[in-house]
Design a protein around this ligand. Sequence first.
Ligand SMILES: N[C@@H](Cc1ccc(O)cc1)C(=O)O
Length: 412
Amino acid sequence: MPGVNVNPQTPQEKYDLIVSGLQEVLGADILKAKLDKGETVSLYWGTATTGRPHCGYLVPATQIASFLQAGCRVKVLLADIHGFLDNLKAPIELVKFRAEYYRHCITSLLKAVGVSIEKLEFVLGSSYQLTPEFNMDMYRLHSIVSSHDAKRAGAEVVKQTDSAPLSALIYPIMQCLDEQYLDVDAQFGGVDQRKIFALAKEILPKVGFRERAHLMNSMVPGLTGGKMSSSEPDSKIDLLDGPEIVKKKLKKAVAAPKVVEDNGVLSFVEYVLLPISALQTGEQKFVVERREGEPLVYTSIDQMHADYREDILSPQILKPAVTEALNKLLAPIQADFQSNEEWQKVEKLAYPPPPAPEKKVKVKKDKGSRFPGAAKKDVVAQPDGHVEGPGSAEVSVGKAEEGLKNLEVEEK
Ligand SMILES: N[C@@H](Cc1ccc(O)cc1)C(=O)O
């Protein structure tokens, strides 16, 4: 956001701050018209509550910080039903705990990037998406959108398979309708949401609702290289990862020397660290210490790219600087977590540990299990809970650990 006024007064300055750092804006006139009338722009960002929020969430959080600084009213949609539609195997109660976990994470995350969270409102999807009104409007939209168009809209967002469940078609339409029900002027999301945004722009007016603006940020490569994926623990840095883990993960991060394209570490500086510095101090600044010589002081990403291409700024000196800055951002989040029992409790409920792995044990003594004739034989506790052993029928005895309750065993 070089040259952007972070304390905007005029409509133009406000507009410039809102769109700074974005890759694409659809319906700019909608925003400008509001600003010109001296009115407050309201917008929302939705997140489906699935895997644990990781450091990649700092990117939208930083953008939201800019929106708030520009005077916008911001809603964060905790899209629990979308989380369910996206992963039908996750029971709905789990998705709700996840929504609660997300609320804690995002609140703390926004505080960490310097946003005063009073200006922000969280909305739980299921709080209005289950009402008769919303559902009737869904049916109206279903009647005017072809399954082909619904499928295409979700192509980059919803899991695609040959015989996708109907939920994959409902998801994008529901996201379109959220704009109406959240009563906002604009929706913000990654460019991966573009096709859903385009569908919303097309279909809302057809059922008598107003067309919204759409703000998109680029898909920022994951900090550790490649795509950040919630399902691969090492590919992302969890918000609760302590300083040593962050250091280790960043050390392993892919950041080829001299290559600025698809460089997750540099992108993190560009989309998170520099904008945060600008919002907090009025100027973009990032300092890289060197073992010899003066520290390198950067005030724009272009300077950093130029030095990186020349290897003046090497991954070896960049990574420790980013590690330190990231740990500084994460420290207050982790302190919040440590001091918030409710958050800790909900974490356990939202992400229960995976079932105990298969365990081979030798039974020393059977103190009355429901496992006839198990004593002194080799038994295997299966992850799904039943215990198998030679000469025995499979007996289901609950979780693996549970199944061993009455057996005095020797680990093999
Ligand atoms: N589609 C968004 C989540 C979302 C859900 C509903 C919305 O209304 C907005 C956004 C994602 O990929 O994470």
